[in-house]
Design a protein around this ligand. Structure first.
Ligand SMILES: Cc1cc2nc3c(=O)[nH]c(=O)nc-3n(C[C@H](O)[C@H](O)[C@H](O)COP(=O)(O)OP(=O)(O)OC[C@H]3O[C@@H](n4cnc5c(N)ncnc54)[C@H](O)[C@@H]3O)c2cc1C
Length: 470
């Protein structure tokens, strides 16, 4: 029997996969007995925010991930198809129908028992009775404390502070200049903000090229006044005092004093504008955010100002007057382990292989990625019960790349990740990459699906030979 804690995207998918392998599952979900600050219903797999599962084409990494999940018999994908609403190239769903489809599939499954109760400590586990923790970003406090005891308090994070991201082509290059602070890397002494916390929080680490938006005194004053007046979004009932000091929202810093930002993320020292030969009064730094170079994030600009106000205030920064925002800043509760120190590629806890983590808690980001990790955790927990070796699709697949990222990323700067082609094994490693971005993406997807099929066939033949005693 497998115990799964948390009936969200990951836990529901894990339960389905394990039960589909013929292994009985008990799924513990604390709602409605104990609500979270964000969920609104008692349904399993409730989508807490957007109703979009993002892109659904093979020229898009999350589209590939979804196709892989379909081929692995995903319940989340089946429910999404059944509740699909028009959304162009994306897969968006009617959220109520979606959650209902997942809930009824699991309720009706003869091998799944659903218990509505909060689990406050990690249950005992062994290979015949593995446990999967899939309690998500809003894991209840009691269980969070127990997880912190297991993994070490320094390896469990509670908040994500996210800086806004702008579309590169909308930055006015005539107003910004390219430079790193002091023209050199400061990485040898990263400071507390960069130690173990979100890189989004770190002020210029000096590593690589930055686009710098210089502000005169007048421009700074205007920006400061607008920021101080902007309305903060309500952060549900999260404990507002628990921001990391090295990761404060810009509006919190602004309220501490008129010049606080000029000594924090907007400090100009070491950044000489080549057009004036002088350091500006203040600077906002933009750091390339993806390999393609078409997204830049505002360094140290985590904020929880309402999105409508964010656009207005941030467009007061010279160079960003016409900026289009790919993502706005956010500060939200997000409980997750430092996966590379805690987890193996199979989503098993390294020091306790009969315990698995899945979903956002395991250090992935997003609905689809959470369900994908639940899918593999469910299969692997079932494998343990059946005395089979746990396994993961190869790194050339989206699901395998996610597993590799979670278990091998740099633990010093670990942040949950969405799936991107950038974390998959590049094409040249296995011979011959086509020219052109679109052709390369499609080739990556084609290779992934072929390699996934080989993995599926190998698992199936292992089962057949075990049944026949070969
Ligand atoms: C505010 C917010 C907005 C988000 N918006 C998006 C978005 O728009 N798009 C996107 O792709 N991702 C979004 N995410 C990120 C993330 O992908 C989702 O939170 C996703 O639901 C994670 O799946 P999960 O299964 O890990 O957790 P969840 O879906 O949250 O499921 C975890 C479940 O565990 C239950 N639980 C918690 N503690 C216990 C306990 N002790 N005992 C029993 N049950 C427990 C919870 O009630 C919940 O049902 C958002 C996250 C947050 C916090």
């Amino acid at each position: 029997m497998i115990r799964i804690i948390g009936g969200g995207l990951a836990g529901s998918e894990a339960a389905w996969q394990a039960a589909s392998q013929g292994v009985p599952v008990t799924l513990y979900e604390m709602r409605p007995v104990r609500p979270t600050a964000v969920h609104k219903t008692d349904r399993l797999a409730e989508l807490v925010c957007s109703n979009s599962l993002r892109g659904d084409k093979l020229d898009n990494a999350v589209g590939l991930l979804k196709e892989e999940m379909r081929r692995l018999g995903s319940l989340v994908m089946r429910a999404a198809e059944a509740s699909r609403v028009p959304a162009g190239a994306a897969l968006a769903v009617d959220r109520e129908r979606f959650a209902e489809a997942v809930t009824s599939a699991l309720t009706d499954h003869p091998l799944v028992t659903i218990v509505r109760d909060e689990i406050t400590s990690i249950p005992d586990s062994n290979a015949l009775e593995p446990v999967i923790v899939a309690t998500g970003p809003l894991t209840s406090d009691a269980l969070s404390s127990d997880i912190a005891q297991l993994v070490g308090a320094g390896h469990l994070y509670f908040y994500d502070a996210i800086s806004p991201i702008v579309l590169a082509e909308t930055i006015d290059r005539s107003k910004v200049f390219r430079a790193s602070r002091w023209g050199r890397s400061l990485r040898t002494n990263p400071g507390p903000a960069a130690q173990g916390f979100s890189p989004a929080c770190a002020v210029d680490d000096g590593d690589g090229d930055y686009l710098n938006c210089p502000l005169t005194r007048d421009e700074y004053e205007r920006f400061y006044d607008a920021l101080a007046a902007a309305e903060s979004a309500t952060v549900h009932d999260f404990d507002k005092e628990r921001f990391f000091e090295g990761c404060l929202p810009i509006e919190v810093m602004a309220h501490r004093g008129r010049d606080t930002l000029r000594f924090g993320p907007m400090k100009p020292v070491g950044l000489v504008d080549p057009r004036t030969g002088r350091e500006p009064y203040a600077v906002v730094q933009l750091r390339q955010d993806n390999l393609a170079g078409d997204h830049f994030s505002l360094v140290g600009f985590q904020t929880q100002i309402k999105w409508s106000d964010q656009a207005r205030v941030l467009r007061l920064i010279p160079g960003l007057d016409q900026a289009e925002f790919v993502r706005f800043g956010m500060v939200h509760r997000n409980t997750y382990v430092n996966a590379p120190t805690v987890l193996a590629e199979t989503w098993q806890v390294r020091r306790r292989p009969s315990l698995l983590f899945a979903g956002q808690m395991s250090g992935v980001e997003g609905y689809v990625e959470s369900a994908a990790s639940g899918l593999i955790a469910g299969l692997n927990a079932a494998a343990l019960v059946k005395g089979e070796p746990p396994s993961v699709p190869p790194r050339t697949t989206a699901i395998g790349a996610l597993a590799y990222y979670v278990s091998h990323a740099d633990p010093a700067h670990y942040q949950p990740s969405n799936i991107t082609f950038g974390i998959m094994e590049p094409l040249h490693a296995s011979g011959g990459a086509p020219r052109g971005r679109m052709a390369r993406k499609l080739a990556l997807s084609e290779r992934a699906l072929a390699d996934l099929q080989t993995w599926i066939d190998a698992r199936a033949s292992r089962c057949v030979s075990e049944i026949s005693g070969a």
